[in-house]
Design a protein around this ligand. Structure first.
Ligand SMILES: Nc1ncnc2c1ncn2[C@@H]1O[C@H](COP(=O)(O)OP(=O)(O)OP(=O)(O)O)[C@@H](O)[C@H]1O
Ligand SMILES: [Mg+2]
Length: 352
């Protein structure tokens, strides 16, 4: 096991800078997830940790050792990719044993390691099968088995679940989390699925255009996003981001006379152009609230999602109650002031 330290790391492809000074400290045994939109640099950063890409600037350490110039083989890491290409003519057992065999290990050394990985991943009944005789989730487990037998200091995963259907993903998510608890190995895991990130990570790193927007525990990012990007990225359905101005009496929504409440008056100057952030579940039905015209109603059984507008800006609200109002009808709602977020419209940073 090992810590990983990423300091002022940069990656340029010619004149294009894709990683622009990233700092991340990963503790020994920690499960860290890199999230961010497509093209933000997640795979590039992971591949730099693995040694599959050169580092243009900065430093990466695994444990105490600077690995910038170390061959991938010498880094003691195992990587599982999105396309986990198993050897089609080899059985599950042979697939898992292959890398150890190639490195010259003896059968007496390989067998117990394969047996242990098979046990951890519940692959024991499948050891004699070929990849084509397995389901997608089982193949994914074999790919993980190949990584586990190597007993690496660090596991790197690049969107390992993106080829699986929704149900299998949920199941594999639980399995990977349990695997981490059993092995206690440091994991760096890339996904653009923020639900995956929220449910599995000890710590989330939000990347955007090659820079770190925020690092924190999942619920810290959810409860106190540092800026507009993180506010809009973490959470599904997304946080409502409503444009307007901070005034003494509250937040005045652009294009309407509506005032929304917040609890701690920010030090901002009255009249400051700002964005009011409120999660869909932090609206509530309230007879004394303001009226909205329902546009779309989506009942999921456990809750009801309502789409509407405030001052011409689209909003989504989620209620535990069932809503009988249909499109075109008016309901009254209020925002829970203690859950309101405020961001400076110009700097996009949190102000309250
Ligand atoms: N070999 C290369 N030459 C030039 N640009 C590259 C190269 N490889 C990647 N890039 C660029 O670097 C940026 C980051 O790519 P990367 O694959 O790290 O994104 P990502 O966050 O993993 O995205 P995705 O979620 O789509 O997998 C992209 O804009 C990509 O076009
Ligand atoms: Mg990628």
């Amino acid at each position: 096991m090992s810590s990983v330290s990423i300091r002022k790391v940069q990656k340029d492809y010619g004149a294009v800078s894709v990683i622009r000074g990233v700092d991340v400290e990963i503790d020994d045994g920690e499960f860290v997830i890199l999230v961010g939109p497509s093209g933000c640099g997640k795979s590039t950063l992971l591949r730099m940790i693995a040694g599959l890409e050169d580092i243009s600037g900065g430093e990466i350490r695994i444990g105490e050792r600077v690995v910038n110039d170390l061959e991938p083989k010498a880094r003691d890491i195992a990587m599982v990719f999105q396309s986990y290409a198993l050897y089609p003519h080899m059985t599950v057992e042979q697939n898992m044993a292959f890398s150890l065999k190639m490195s010259g290990a003896k059968k007496s050394e390989i067998d117990p390691k394969v047996a242990r990985a098979a046990k951890i991943l519940s692959l024991e009944p499948l050891l004699g099968r070929l990849p084509k005789e397995l389901s997608g989730g089982q193949r994914q487990r074999v790919a993980m088995g190949r990584a586990i037998v190597r007993d690496p200091k660090v596991f790197l995963f690049d969107e390992p679940l993106s080829n699986l259907d929704a149900k299998l993903r949920v199941q594999m998510r639980t399995e990977i989390k349990a695997l981490h608890q059993r092995l206690g190995t440091t994991i760096v895991y890339v996904t653009h699925d923020q639900v995956e990130a929220m449910t599995m990570a000890d710590k989330i790193v939000v990347l955007h255009d090659g820079v770190v927007e925020q690092v924190g525990a999942p619920l810290d990012l959810y409860d106190r996003p540092a800026n507009l990007f993180v506010a809009g990225f973490i959470g599904s359905p997304a946080m409502n981001l409503i444009k307007g101005k901070v005034e003494r009496e509250g937040f005045v929504v652009d294009g309407s006379g509506l005032t929304l409440p917040f609890s701690n008056a920010p030090t901002a100057t009255p009249g400051l152009p700002a964005v009011y952030g409120i999660r869909p579940e932090h609206f509530m039905l309230d007879d004394a609230g303001f009226p909205i015209t329902v546009e779309v109603v989506e009942p999921t059984g456990s809750e009801t999602q309502v789409m509407a507008q405030i001052g011409g800006q689209p909003i989504t609200a989620v209620f535990r109650e069932r809503i009988t109002a249909g499109p075109g009808e008016t309901i009254r709602i209020a925002a829970q002031r203690e859950h309101a977020h405020l961001f400076d419209a110009a700097t996009e940073q949190r102000i309250n």
